[in-house]
Design a protein around this ligand. Sequence first.
Ligand SMILES: Cc1cc2nc3c(=O)[nH]c(=O)nc-3n(C[C@H](O)[C@H](O)[C@H](O)COP(=O)(O)OP(=O)(O)OC[C@H]3O[C@@H](n4cnc5c(N)ncnc54)[C@H](O)[C@@H]3O)c2cc1C
Length: 373
Amino acid sequence: MENAHEHYQVIIIGGGIQGCATAEACARAGLSTLLIEKNTWGWATSSRSSKLIHGGLRYLQTAQFRLVRECLGERDWMLANLPDLVERNWFYIPIYRTSHYRRWQIRAGLMLYYLLSGFQSIGRFRSVPRSEWSSLSGISQQGLQAVFAYQDAQTDDLELTRRFQQQAASHGARCLDHTELSRAVRHNGRFDVSLQSGDETSRMTADILVNAAGPWVNQVLRRVEPAPEPVAVDLVQGAHIVIDEQVSQECFYLEAPQDHRAVFVLPWHGKTLIGTTETAFDGEPENCVPLPSEITYLLDTVTHYFPDRAFNIVEQWAGLRVLPRSHQRAFVRSREVMISDSAGVLSIYGGKLTACRVTAATVCRRVQSHLGL
Ligand SMILES: Cc1cc2nc3c(=O)[nH]c(=O)nc-3n(C[C@H](O)[C@H](O)[C@H](O)COP(=O)(O)OP(=O)(O)OC[C@H]3O[C@@H](n4cnc5c(N)ncnc54)[C@H](O)[C@@H]3O)c2cc1C
C-alpha cells in the first residue's frame, strides 16, 4: 500500500454482503470510502447461506411481518435489476397426515405472503392437483394429503456479494481484500486505523467506522479504543450438504420429521443443496464446520421424503447466524438486522442477504448524519 495515513470519511470492515452493499451505498452517496476484507470477498457467511432471495415464508410463523414485507420488496427489485444473478423458482410444500401444519394453515400463510408481496403475480400460489403428485420427483406419496406450490427466488450468494463489491469500486470506493483491521484508536473525533496485509502494516484515518464483520462483529469491537458497547448475541450454526444429483429443477420446502423445522431441497448447479440446521456455536468463527449430527439430520429428512433415492454427499459447509442473545430456540428468534451505534462505530449484527440494500441504505444515512451531511 503506497499512501500511509490516507484519510477516508468511512472505513468499512468486512467484505461479506453487508460490508460490500454498505460500501456501494456510501460510495454512491459520494463519501470517500474504504472497504477492507481480511480474506477474500464473501468467503464467510455470505457464501454459506441457503442462497434464497425470499421474504421468508416461515418468518410468518413468528409474526415478523415487517421483515417479510421488506424482503419481498427487495426480492422484486433484485429480480428486476439483477436478472443474471437472481432467478425465480417454484417451491413445493407437501403436507402429510403427520405434518405439524395443517392444509388451512399453509394456505393462510401463502395468502398472507401473497398479500405482503403487494399481490404481485409472483406471489400467486396454487394447490397442486392429486394427479400431479406422482410426477413430483419421487416424493413420498404415503400419507400425502395436499401439495402447495408458490414462487420465490434463488441466487448465487458469493457472486451477489462480488457484484456489490464491484459496484462499490465502480462508484469510487477503495476495496482491499486480504487486509485485516488490527487496531483503531479514536482521538479528536477521528480514528487512527492500523491495517495488516500479509507482513505489511499500514495506517489510515477515518471519521467513522462501519463494523460489518459478521460473526466477528464483537471481536472487531475489542480492537477499537475506547471500546464501543457490544450487543449481546449468540452465534448459531447452519449446515448445508450438496448431493451429486439434481433431485428436481424446482425447490421443496419440507418439514423435518424430527423437530418440524423447515428444510429446503434446492437445485444448485446441476446438483442439490439441502439445508439447513440450527446448532449453538461458541468456538472461533473460522472453525465452523458441519457436525456429524447435522449431516445425519439433513440426510434423514431428505431420505424420509425421497425414500427411493440414494444421496451421495459431494460438498458440505456451515455458516453462522448472528442472533439476539436469548434462551429461546434459534428458530423463533428475530432475523431482523440490528445496527448499533457506539463510540463512533456503527456495527451491523445479523440480517438477511435479501435485505442487504435496505440495511446498507440505513447505515449510509447514519454515516451521513454522523458526518453532519
Ligand atoms: C445457514 C445460513 C443460511 C442463510 N440463508 C439465507 C438465505 O437463504 N437468504 C438470505 O437472505 N439470508 C440468508 N442468511 C443470512 C445471510 O447469509 C447473512 O445475513 C449474511 O451473509 C451476513 O453477511 P455479513 O456480511 O454480515 O457477514 P459475513 O459474510 O460473514 O462477512 C463478514 C466478513 O468480515 C470479515 N472480517 C472479520 N473480521 C475482520 C477484520 N478484523 N478485518 C477485516 N475483515 C474482517 C470476514 O472475513 C468476513 O468476510 C443465512 C445465514 C446462514 C448462517
